[in-house]
Every structure is written in structure tokens, then in C-alpha cells.
Design a protein around this ligand. Structure first.
Ligand code: HEM
Length: 358
């Protein structure tokens, strides 16, 4: 077969099919010219699609190559962008806000338990060793997740988990702290500055048990715990005002009941209730706690009572009870500081102050 091919002249091999056909063309009489035109137009009709096909294919090829190159450079650039920069935090804020309400949970809101999650994720910080804090989100790992003080916070983490799946570039540390900010703001509290850029750590970075306050103790213990984090008396007194929110659960901490009648509204009621009520020990077989003498419906922890009895704390309790704006300002600053304890933020991490939703 190959030898047969070799015997055929190269010109014949290269000659287009049209060349052979033109050799068969009749003499150019006028009718023949018509025929020839018809023939050549037939040829054009036959050839044109081939030409057009090749052109479209070429353009498509160039476009595809361009798109491919564009995609390559885009994805390369995306890969080099740190994960925290790929998240739209305003959208996360909105999605967290949408998770707050649930008429079947507690008093109808996950807000209080989100605030507690943000606080317990952050309140493990030790300024001497620079360990703990919200940076690594170690609160989600055992043994830290199992520390007595963290009982019940799995509920908050589970509620937030779908958002971690939705925004896979957000760190748990950013998600948990932002949830605290959203809850404070959406329940009517002050706006709170917040920065992203925390990087999650593994279980080996868990902090030892005992870094969070023990509710059964008094002012000295409370100071030891909060001074270790780097707070002063005024900041401590402002932070504990978060006990306007939520309630104690016997099946979590052993204590029982809300601090006031509006546990899903961020107010200065912790201070007004603490000062204006007479608090008596609750008669029950649970841990020592106090209830208001009048109705017995509201409670105070022994550690809460220390803010009334300790003279230095009491100054601030009185200030915040009569001046909600000052409380809001001080709480906002102290809470923002709490959420950032020990976190090494990227230099270009922006500071957000989200607008509360309507
Ligand atoms: C003196 C220091 C503190 C002590 C001893 C303390 C103790 C407690 C205890 C025992 C509970 C009940 C937990 C349960 O049974 O579910 C609780 C709830 C709560 N704590 Fe504190 N806490 C302190 C400071 C703080 C701070 C600084 C914040 C926030 C800035 C905070 C926010 C909350 C919130 C919002 C709840 C309600 C949680 C819910 O409703 O699920 N606490 N706290």
C-alpha cells in the first residue's frame, strides 16, 4: 500500500478535488457559463460551510483558551488570598441574626447563649503566658468543650454549624465571636467593634480547666479571673451586665432561673435589679443562689452578689444602674476587648462596626 502511494506524483496527491472537477468543465458557451456559475455557486455552497466552520471553531478555541487562562490566574490569585479575606462578613452577620429567634428554645432566642459562647471562647486568655482566648476556637474541642463551665455551649455551636458549612472560609473563632456581637446588637445592645482573621487551632491548644469564673465564689475570685485576662474593675463590672440576658439552667450549671423579666433584651436591668431588690437565699436542694424576695422569680449567683457587696465594684454598679448610655459604651469597649484577647490579627484585618438590622 505504501509503495502504491509512493508511485503517485506528489502534485496529484496535493491537487484539490476542485482541480479535477474543473478539468471536466464544459466549454464556456453562454449556457455553459450559466452552468459554470451554477456549478461554482454549488461549489461555494459546498465550501462555505467548511470555511465558516473553521472560523467559528478558531474563535471559540481562542475564547476557550482565554477563559481557561483567566480562570487559571483567578484561581491562583484566590489561592493566595487568605481564607478570612474571602468571607463577606456582612452576609454572615445577617445569617447569624436569622438564627437568633426560635420560639421552641428557652425564652425564644439563641442570643443569650451566643453571647455566652463568645465570652467563654475568649475568657480563657492568660496575659502572662499569652495562651487561650478566642483565636484558636479551642472551645470546640474536648477536653475544653467538656469543662464544667462550658456545659450547654454545644447547643450554640450546633446552631452555628450550618454557617461554617456555608462560609467554609470563616474560622470558628471568627464565627463564634461574631455571633456574640450579632446577639448583643440584635437584642438591643450597643454596637460592638469586631475584626476577622482568627486562625483555628487543634485540640492540643486547649486551655486547662479553671480559667473561667466559678459562680459560687466572691469578689476576690472574680478579680483573680478577670485580672488574669487584663481587665480592671470598671471593665469587669461592665461585662457582667450581660447577665441581663438569658437564664441559668439546672441541667447545665446547676443554677436556676433568669436575672430579670426580659431575658432576651439587652438592658441595664442586671444593675437595677441587683440594687433595687432584696435578695434572699433560694430554699432548695440545689447550689446556693439568691432569689428576689418579692416574687422569687428572678435570681442572682453568689458571684453576682459580690458586685453589690464589694465597695469598688458597687460604684460602677450604681453608675450603670442610673446611666444606661455609659453602661452601653463601657460594655461595648470591654466586650470588643474580650473578643480580641490574645488574637494575632493579620495587619490588614479591617475593623467592622455592623449596623443592626431593622
Ligand atoms: C463573674 C463572672 C461570671 C460568672 C460567675 C458567670 C456565671 C454564669 C452562669 C453560672 C451562668 C448560667 C449558665 C447556664 O446554666 O446555662 C451564666 C449565664 C450567662 N452568662 Fe455568665 N458569668 C460571668 C460573667 C459573664 C460575662 C462576662 C458574660 C458576657 C460578657 C456573661 C454572659 C452570660 C450570659 C449571656 C448567660 C446566659 C446564657 C443562657 O441563657 O444560656 N457572663 N453565667
Amino acid at each position: 500500500m505504501s509503495s502504491t502511494l509512493r508511485t503517485i506524483p506528489r502534485v496529484a496527491l496535493r491537487a484539490p478535488a476542485t482541480a479535477k472537477l474543473s478539468a471536466l468543465r464544459p466549454a464556456p458557451t453562454s449556457s455553459a457559463r450559466v452552468l459554470a456559475r451554477a456549478y461554482s455557486s454549488q461549489q461555494r455552497q459546498y465550501q462555505m460551510p467548511r470555511t465558516r466552520k473553521a472560523g467559528t471553531g478558531g474563535i471559540l478555541g481562542v475564547l476557550a483558551a482565554g477563559a481557561l487562562a483567566g480562570w487559571y490566574f483567578y484561581s491562583k490569585q484566590q489561592d493566595e488570598t487568605p481564607a478570612w479575606k474571602k468571607v463577606n462578613y456582612q452576609n454572615v452577620y445577617k445569617d447569624i441574626a436569622d438564627l437568633l429567634e426560635d420560639e421552641n428554645y428557652d425564652d425564644g432566642s439563641y442570643g443569650p447563649v451566643f453571647v455566652r459562647l463568645a465570652w467563654h471562647a475568649s475568657g480563657t486568655y492568660d496575659k502572662k503566658t499569652h495562651t487561650g482566648g478566642s483565636g484558636g476556637a479551642t472551645i470546640r474541642h474536648a477536653p475544653e468543650s467538656e469543662h464544667g463551665a462550658n456545659a450547654g455551649l454545644d447547643v450554640a455551636r450546633r446552631r452555628l454549624e450550618p454557617l461554617k458549612q456555608k462560609y467554609r472560609n470563616i474560622s470558628y473563632g471568627d464565627l463564634y465571636t461574631l455571633a456574640g456581637v450579632v446577639a448583643v446588637q440584635e437584642l438591643g445592645g450597643p454596637t460592638v467593634q469586631w475584626r476577622p482573621g482568627r486562625s483555628d487551632l487543634q485540640a492540643d491548644a486547649c486551655t486547662p480547666d479553671g480559667r473561667l469564673p466559678d459562680a459560687a465564689q466572691g469578689a476576690d475570685h472574680v478579680r483573680d479571673i478577670f485580672y488574669r485576662m487584663g481587665f480592671d474593675d470598671r471593665e469587669i463590672a461592665a461585662l457582667v451586665g450581660a447577665h441581663a440576658l438569658g437564664r441559668c439552667h439546672t441541667y447545665r450549671s446547676g443554677f436556676d432561673g433568669p436575672w430579670n423579666a426580659s431575658p432576651t433584651a439587652f438592658t441595664n436591668f442586671f444593675y437595677t435589679e441587683l440594687l433595687n431588690n432584696t435578695w434572699v437565699p433560694k430554699k432548695w436542694d440545689g447550689p446556693k443562689q439568691f432569689v428576689d424576695k418579692q416574687s422569687g422569680a428572678f435570681m442572682m449567683l453568689p458571684a453576682d452578689m459580690a458586685f453589690k457587696t464589694d465597695p469598688r465594684f458597687r460604684t460602677y454598679i450604681e453608675l450603670y444602674a442610673r446611666d444606661q448610655d455609659t453602661f452601653f459604651n463601657d460594655f461595648s469597649a470591654a466586650f470588643a476587648k474580650l473578643l480580641e484577647l490574645g488574637v494575632k490579627f493579620p495587619e490588614d484585618a479591617p475593623t467592622y462596626r455592623f449596623k443592626p438590622l431593622d
